[in-house]
Design a protein around this ligand. Structure first.
Ligand SMILES: Nc1ncnc2c1ncn2[C@@H]1O[C@H](COP(=O)(O)OP(=O)(O)OP(=O)(O)O)[C@@H](O)[C@H]1O
Length: 565
């Protein structure tokens, strides 16, 4: 119970961006509910006046009824506008909040989730919460108001009938209580299956080329079919369960309606009530039954939003990256990078990097080599503060200043990761990603240095050529060269290339690497490479061996070149 209250408090907090308009919309909804009950009484008076042939009274009630109808239409329009505004405002804020939280979260924590799982949380779970705030809660409030007014009106004109209708309430409460646990489990299972489905589709589409070249189209479609069938079975089970409970409610309410009808008809025969009262009774009964069924329908969204709340709270619990609050001279100067006895492992007690100490001076070009899986990329992740040393420290030093490396220092680094990391858009848009203020001349120079100018000029639309997701439309080597130009344009004091020239031919690779030496801002350059030719342009070579970092003698480059080749 305490947990549910905490979740409801959390939901209330999330509704704040649209609470004012939502409250006004709910008040209008409540007024509309009251008006609809009052309409039943107007129709009673209208019918009785018509039966008594009282023309003046009939006209009076017709005018009142018309005016009420018109105001209801206007109020409904206003309510719908306010609800749409609140709903969009709350959903946008929710999605922005969780997207921002993910953007600033610790990389290691994020990597525990499948991207489709995170996507479902940001899109589907936030929508569930939003629908609860903007749909279910106002509906509960207006239903309770309609129920209350209808009950008291009925109590005034036919007390026995009013008491009879209200005994239905505890029965509904009982049905809901019985359903709650089952419904919660259904929602969780369906949501988990949805995530599995989305992840499968996302991964299959991303790797469609592999699916095709392994001739696995049929197998993939069969897998999709299997997940869809599991999803269908769960949805059918849930639907059967809610239909059965709905059926119980319908049987109850139809029986009650029948009793009210019999009661009214017999009273009419006995002359105990007028014809107008009979129609009012039936309408009022409907106005009790409708909010009751609406309240019953609210149960499922309540359960699903409590489950969605739990899943969004999980995102909130992801630790955010910490920065230093002390950004001084390092930002504008060339720092020395110093690793002091650094160890790191992804799993407890299994260190990938062991007691690494080294100093990298400003302007140096360093190669990091070593067999696959030795931890070269892990070392770069440490330098980028995506992960943090378990033991030891990484510092940036500048004259007498020394700072522990943190995420804020990423602003000193231009990084070219492995693989294709271009965005969909034009080549210019991609180039400006890290430095929107770069001039046309800067762009030309960066492209020339990265050996990409020639091929870009040969494209029909040159720099305005649109490229698809992950650089679709370009060769691997062309995409790599644009990624290198993008990093050159960022003009930061540290440049890191993680196998960033792997798709280039040897001649182009050497030419691109040599051009790093000609960069005007003379960055410190760290190159991870498996390519022997790259070593010749480096000032120092560091080799990872079983987790230890060993500095190689430059005279041994020919030997190293042979071992890498
Ligand atoms: N996110 C992760 N979680 C757990 N283990 C990881 C993770 N990333 C890498 N590893 C493990 O850490 C080790 C070092 O990986 P890393 O990617 O740093 O090697 P590498 O030297 O860059 O390899 P390659 O030359 O093949 O790119 C590997 O054994 C790998 O399985």
């Amino acid at each position: 119970m305490k947990e549910t209250i905490n979740k409801l408090k959390w939901i209330y907090k999330k509704s704040k961006p649209g609470i004012v308009t939502l409250t006004v919309a709910t008040i209008i909804g409540s007024i509309l509910s009251a008006i609809s009950v009052y309409n039943a009484m107007i129709s009673k008076s209208l019918i009785d006046s018509a039966i008594n042939k009282n023309l003046d009274s009939v006209i009076k009630w017709l005018v009142i009824m018309g005016s009420i109808m018109l105001s209801s239409i206007l109020l409904s329009t206003l309510r719908s506008f306010l609800s749409t505004y609140s709903s969009n405002k709350i959903l946008n804020e929710l999605q922005k909040e969780y997207f921002s939280h993910l953007a600033y979260s610790e990389w290691m924590e994020l990597s525990k989730f499948h991207s489709a799982g995170l996507m479902t949380r940001i899109t589907s779970d936030t929508s569930t919460i939003n629908n609860f705030i903007c749909g279910t809660i106002p509906s509960i409030i207006t239903s309770i108001i309609m129920l209350g007014i209808s009950f008291f009106t009925l109590l005034k004109i036919e007390p026995n009938l009013a008491i009879f209708t209200i005994v239905i309430l505890p029965i509904i409460g009982l049905i809901n209580k019985l359903c709650s646990r089952r419904l919660k489990k259904f929602y969780k299972d369906i949501q988990d299956k949805n995530i599995e489905y989305t992840s499968f589709v996302q991964e299959s589409l991303q790797n469609l080329m592999i699916v095709k070249t392994f001739c696995n189209e049929k197998k993939t479609i069969n897998n999709l079919d299997r997940i869809q069938n599991q999803k269908l079975k769960l949805s059918l089970k849930q639907s059967l369960f809610t239909s059965l409970t709905g059926m119980l409610f319908s049987i109850g309410s139809s029986a009650a309606y029948f009793v009210v009808f019999c009661w009214g008809a017999l009273s009419l025969v006995k002359g105990a009530i007028t014809f107008g009262t009979m129609t009012a009774l039936l309408q009022l009964f409907n106005k009790i039954e409708y909010p009751l069924s609406s309240l019953m329908g609210c149960y499922s969204p309540i359960i699903s939003s409590l489950a969605a709340t739990e899943r969004l709270m999980e995102i909130e619990s992801l630790a955010l990256e910490k920065g230093t609050n002390n950004m001084n001279v390092l930002i504008s100067n060339k720092p020395v990078i110093k690793l002091d006895n650094v160890s790191f492992g992804y799993k407890e007690d299994v260190n990938i990097l062991k007691n690494i100490s080294c100093t990298i001076n400003p302007g140096e070009t360093i190669a990091i080599v070593g067999p696959s899986g030795q931890g070269k990329t892990t070392l770069i992740r440490l330098l980028l503060s995506l992960i943090h040393p378990e033991n030891g420290d990484i510092y940036l030093k500048n004259n007498n200043f020394k700072e522990l490396l943190s995420k804020d220092h990423r602003n000193l680094i231009s990084y070219i990761p492995q693989g294709n990391t271009l965005f969909s858009g034009t080549i210019t848009e991609n180039l400006l990603y890290g430095n929107k203020d770069a001039t046309y001349e800067d762009i030309l120079k960066a492209c020339e240095l990265s050996c990409s100018l020639d091929f870009i000029n040969k494209l029909d639309e040159g720099f305005d050529t649109k490229i698809g997701e992950k650089g679709l439309g370009l060769s691997e080597g062309q995409a790599q060269r644009i990624a290198i130009a993008r990093a050159f344009l960022r003009t930061k004091p540290i440049l890191i290339l993680d196998e960033a020239t792997s798709a280039l031919d040897e001649k182009t690779e050497v030419s691109v690497l040599e051009s790093i030496k000609n960069l005007e801002h003379k960055p410190t350059c760290i190159i991870i490479t498996h390519r022997p030719k790259a070593l010749s342009i480096c000032d120092r070579i560091l080799r990872l061996d079983n987790g230890y970092l060993i500095e190689e003698d430059r005279n041994d480059i020919p030997k190293l070149e042979i071992s890498l080749a």
